[in-house]
Design a protein around this ligand. Sequence first.
Ligand code: SF4
Length: 395
Amino acid sequence: MRLQPENQGNNTVAGLYIHVPFCIQKCPYCDFYSVTDLSKVKAFVQALQREISLTKTYGLQFDTIYLGGGTPSVLNRGQIEEILKSVYSRFSFSQDIEITIEVNPGTLFLNSLEAFIRHGINRINIGIQSFYNQNLRFLQRIHSAQQACEAIDMTRKAGVENLGLDLIYGLPNQSRKYWLKDLKKAISYEPEHISCYMLTYEQGTLLHEWRQQGRFTPLDEDMVRRLFEDTISFLKEAGYAQYEISNFSRKKAFRSRHNQKYWSHAPYVGLGPSAHSFIRPMRWWNYHNLKDYLQVLESGLLPIGNSEDLTPNQLMLESIFLGLRTSSGIETLRFKKEYGIDFSHHFSPILERLQAQNLLSVSDERCVLTLEGMIFSDTIAKMFAEFIAELSDSS
Ligand code: SF4
């Protein structure tokens, strides 16, 4: 692999992601890899420790660990402790490290939370999704609205000072009134961070299938758009600044340091089934299947399923696509340093079109999507992709 950990743009400090591939029950909208057979949890923890011991660190220092999934809180506190001990002994970490665990209100206990904190976890992200049982039933979550509230209280009681809540909007029949009530309830707990995800119908999920079968009518696109706009204005008013399409924090210090690595093309190493890693210019990913993951590690090999060497054009397109998701946008100086291209000049035909439609704003320092532009971020990214492809075809 031709990796350049010393040349990773602004941020050479890496992130470590650990994918815990278990859930009590599969939510019909979810396309993350997870299984509901918990009989392999112990084998997974052992295999993960083997993966940690085999993984090269490429001389990187890490300042974030993110335990995601799946549902990391299905592991018991002893298992979380074992995993953290293994990574602490294998990788090099900054003093000031952000360690996040995603938890599900249906699998959370006070003694586990206290143990998480003792082992250095300093950021808890709770998958609340909604404070209404009707919505939770539609999403087939394992928890109730009451459990969602109890999980937040428990987290604060355990002494967590950096709390993130995840919510979902855009459910069939959802009204502005009820979405705003969800947001109001969320901010009443004064979380440091809120993520609001638009419900999507990803190919291969049950929800996608049900939609195809006409089992429900999705929310009208205009209404989804209005809910997105309501989210931004409501949270802004409540003191939460939007720093990425779906992410809001009370202060800059409470932004997810780990997730910002993905958007800024910083290096990250992923462990566990289906986890992706990126060290410019390579991306590689583990087997998307627990059985293969366990078997390969059993034979003493790393469970890498595949990899790709990104071309300069692919890297550039990703930087644009990811940068446009954030409130800092595409930093033109950094862009010039990384790709040797004057962003405003090179993309002027496309920038002029988007500016004329009030979808994007460009200054000397950066190029940022407007609120309207954020709604069409995927279409805009596609426009840049086509522009880059046309230019490379003609050169
Ligand atoms: S609990 Fe989370 S990871 Fe598991 S299926 Fe539901 S949304 Fe996906």
